[in-house]
Design a binder for this molecule. Sequence first.
Ligand SMILES: *Cc1c(COP(=O)(O)O)cnc(C)c1O
Length: 220
Amino acid sequence: MGLQEIQTRIAKATRAAGRAEGAVRLIAVSKVQPPERVLAVLDQGQRLFGENYVQEAAGKWPDWRAEFPGVAVHMIGPLQTNKAKQAVELFEAIHTLDRPSLAVKLASLAQARGASPDLFVQVNTGSEPQKAGVLPEALDAFVAEARRLDLPVVGLMCIPPEAEDPAPHFAMLAGMAARNGLTGLSMGMSSDFEAAIAAGATHVRVGSAIFGARDYGARA
Ligand SMILES: *Cc1c(COP(=O)(O)O)cnc(C)c1O
């Protein structure tokens, strides 16, 4: 598919939803992709990227940041507390704040640095036992606690259950954000970003539809 086609589809879905041009930001998810594919997309002007692994991001983004001014990288994968320090130095935003211990750790890092990446709280909208994220019924209290810790929570993020229609999950996330006074909605991937835009997504996370399929076997 490629970057241009995805940009076109995002613009079209944004218009169809009656939303303002530019209301949706595209996060190009570059995890596990070979460098030449990421470079091609950088050369086409894309500047916002998503990564899932701290180690992998640390290995490739410092050089590309120097080469391509304006690059921003968002952490969209599960974040271990012992990698939090490295993460706050590497990423402009973290979409996976999902538990109190991580909130406490990020707050202490923010205190020490006098700065913090923007934070999205990940919500387990399907209440799936194996999935990360705050449960819907615990979300309001969690957001309140994060705010009490002075954390810059800007929105919510979800990954709907694989075998279900994602639309009700996107609607649920939008409702929870509105109720908590949050404007950021990180939702929608290659297979469902148009439905997410219809439901109010402000950040869509699209990987394989831009770069092609990921080959986990080829990882160094
Ligand atoms: C990998 C990943 C994506 C991108 O998935 P695609 O299906 O390749 O678009 C989006 N969000 C998260 C949290 C991911 O881990």
